[in-house]
Each structure stands twice: as C-alpha cells, then as structure tokens.
Design a protein around this ligand. Structure first.
Ligand code: SP5
Ligand code: ZN
Length: 342
C-alpha cells in the first residue's frame, strides 16, 4: 500500500496545551508522524509519495471561506495584536451571547471558530493543516486511479474539526474533505469508519443530513470522555440522512474482546451499505499505553483490526487521526496496514 506524507505537516509543532487545568507539554507533536514514517519505511509497507498541492476548492466544499480565511490570516492578526507565542481560545459565543455581531478582534474570532481551549494554534499551523489535507486528497485520488488502498499519513488530525471550527488538535476535517472529493469525482456512496478513541464529532456533523456519506464511529462513551457533547448511540442522522450515522459508545477500559461486537456491527452496516469506497479515520489512541485515553488495545490488536477491515472488501483510504503513545505509534499504525494487506 502506498503512503502519502509531506514534511510540511511537521511545521505545526505546538509546545504546550491546556489540559486537566494545567499547561502541559503538547501531545499532538511532529514526532508522531516521524515515527510512523520511519516504521512504514523499515517494514517496507510500500512506496512513500509526497502529496499533490491541491487548490482551496475541495476544502471549500466542506469548510466556508470565512473559516479557512481565519486560519490563513490568523498568525498575522495574532502578532499584530502584540502576541508572539502559541494561541488558545478562551471565550465562546454560547447560549445568551450574540451570534450575529461581526467580530474583528482576534480573541473574539478564536472563540467564534473553535470548540475547545485544548488546541494550540501557531505560526505554521495553517500550512501544516493544508499539507495534511493535501495528503488526504492525494490518497483519495490514488483510489480513484484504481489502487485498492492507500495510507494518508495525516497530521495534524481532522475528525474533531467541524464546518467552521477547530478543536481536539484538528483544523481541517481531512476525512470529510476526502469523502466529499470522492463524491465529487464520480463515487456515489462513501463510508467513513472512525476508530479513533474519541468520537469524530466534526465528521459526523458535516454529513448528518446526508445519505451519500455513511458515518460509523466506535469510541469512548462521551458521557465519560471528550468531546462530551456528541457521539451518543441515539444520534443516527436526520432528514435525508436518517439512519446513515451510527455510533457505538463504549465504556472506559474497553479491550479488544469488548470492542469486537461493535466492530462486527459496524462491518455489517458496511456490507449492507455497499460503499464505492471507505475512509478509515485511523486514530491509534485505543492503545493501552496512550497517555490521554482509557481503552486497552494491545499492539497485536491493531493487526486484527486491519485483518477485519480487509474482509469488508472495499477500496479503503486509511487516514491517520489521533494516537499519542509515540514510541508504539509506528508499530500500531503499520500493524493495521499490514493486517489489511494480509
Ligand atoms: C484527534 C484526537 O485524538 N484528539 C483528541 C483531543 C482530546 N482533547 C482532550 C484532551 C483531554 C486530556 N485529558 C487527559 C486525562 C488523562 N490524564
Ligand atoms: Zn482521539
């Protein structure tokens, strides 16, 4: 299987993040991608390609120009306001606050376009996030050219980013943009299977009212885990999309045996839906040693995950999302790819 990766994705290099009431060392860091790339090369998974530079058009199919423009112009605005370090939002237009005012101040805009205070924005975030989208789109294009699978070594990740907001270490919704791109290039039905430990709230919301992009997610129960406000079992889509979203929230402590029934159900949905292509939002944070997560996958379980997904028998883009146990990340990720290839 071919891997797509761009060094530009390493330029987003946050130092710290706000979590558990503290400023802590950031966990969504460049070494995550570096170790996966190193393992892909060591284990000869296949050729590694640089992504094509795509125009903004496929991004604008999913995110509005105002949001994209905010991210693009952010650093200039931030430094013009006299700031120099990485930024965190801290005020949001929630219930009872005005939604309709035109905001110009960078602090107001940070809240307008975000969902949490846990996602640092820096000087090179925009260009790294663009490169991450290019990586996803290039992998999708490989499927259109006839490849049976491709690996998009994306970073920063994407599945928490919504229509017009960043959060959860995500800026552009790589999986959503790739899915829409596949639709726009002749595929009728695309499935997204999200196996990141956290619910893919951004991806779900993008396609919640659409039957042409099926969204399936297996994740830690949001009553106990980020993102808290989405990812419950009763969310199954709306309007024309009714029945085309499925969630399997699982308890903290879930191991492979407890995970398998949900995975089997998700695979049955895939068989019924018969997508022309599948995008796997491949978070690796279900791993037992993950520093911010609470599931108990072992490294060999990722091999099993890849084997199971191969049996679905659909052209597949694996697209990296989260996973923060850096030492094991390469092994776990390549285990999925090797499991899939058999
Ligand atoms: C893509 C992705 O995996 N994003 C995850 C974002 C999670 N943000 C919330 C982090 C909260 C960390 N709390 C850790 C508790 C264990 N000490
Ligand atoms: Zn995650």
């Amino acid at each position: 299987m071919k891997t797509v990766f761009s060094e530009t994705q390493l330029a987003h290099a946050p130092e710290k993040e706000i979590s558990d009431g503290e400023l802590k060392p950031a966990v969504e860091i460049p070494s995550r991608a570096e170790i996966v790339l190193k393992t892909v090369k060591e284990r000869n998974t296949g050729e590694v390609l640089a992504p094509e530079a795509f125009p903004l058009r496929p991004i604008h199919r999913v995110h509005p120009p105002q949001y994209v423009g905010f991210l693009e112009g952010f650093w200039e605005m931030w430094t013009a306001a006299g700031r120099s370090g990485e930024a965190f939002p801290f005020v949001w237009p929630i219930r009872s606050l005005r939604q309709d005012t035109k905001i110009n101040h960078v602090d107001g805009l940070l809240g307008r376009y975000s969902m949490d205070a846990g996602t640092p924005l820096g000087q090179h975030t925009y260009k790294a996030a663009r490169a991450s989208v290019d990586t996803a789109l290039t992998a999708a294009k490989l499927l259109l050219a006839g490849e049976k699978s491709a690996f998009a070594l994306c970073r920063p990740p994407g599945h928490h980013a919504g229509f017009d907001f960043f959060g959860g270490y995500c800026f552009f919704n790589n999986a959503g943009i790739a899915a829409q791109y596949l639709r726009d290039n002749g595929l009728n039905r695309v499935a997204i299977l999200d196996v990141d430990y956290h619910h893919g709230n951004g991806t779900q919301a993008l396609f919640y009212d659409r039957p042409d992009i099926l969204f399936l997610s297996i994740h830690a129960d949001p009553k106990d885990e980020y993102p808290y406000y989405l990812g419950y079992a009763d969310e199954t889509g709306e309007h024309a999309g009714t029945g085309f979203t499925r969630n399997w929230p699982l308890p903290l402590g879930t191991d492979w045996d407890a995970y398998t029934p949900a995975l089997e159900e998700a695979c049955r949905w895939l068989l019924v839906y018969k997508p022309d292509a599948m995008i796997v939002s491949l978070g690796l944070d279900c791993y037992e040693e993950d520093p911010i997560s609470g599931f108990r996958f072992k490294s060999e379980d990722y091999l099993r995950l890849g084997q199971r997904l191969a049996k679905v028998g659909v052209p597949t883009v694996f697209l990296m999302e989260g996973g923060y146990a850096v030492e094991a990340l390469g092994t776990n990720c390549v285990n999925v790819l090797e499991g899939f290839e058999g």
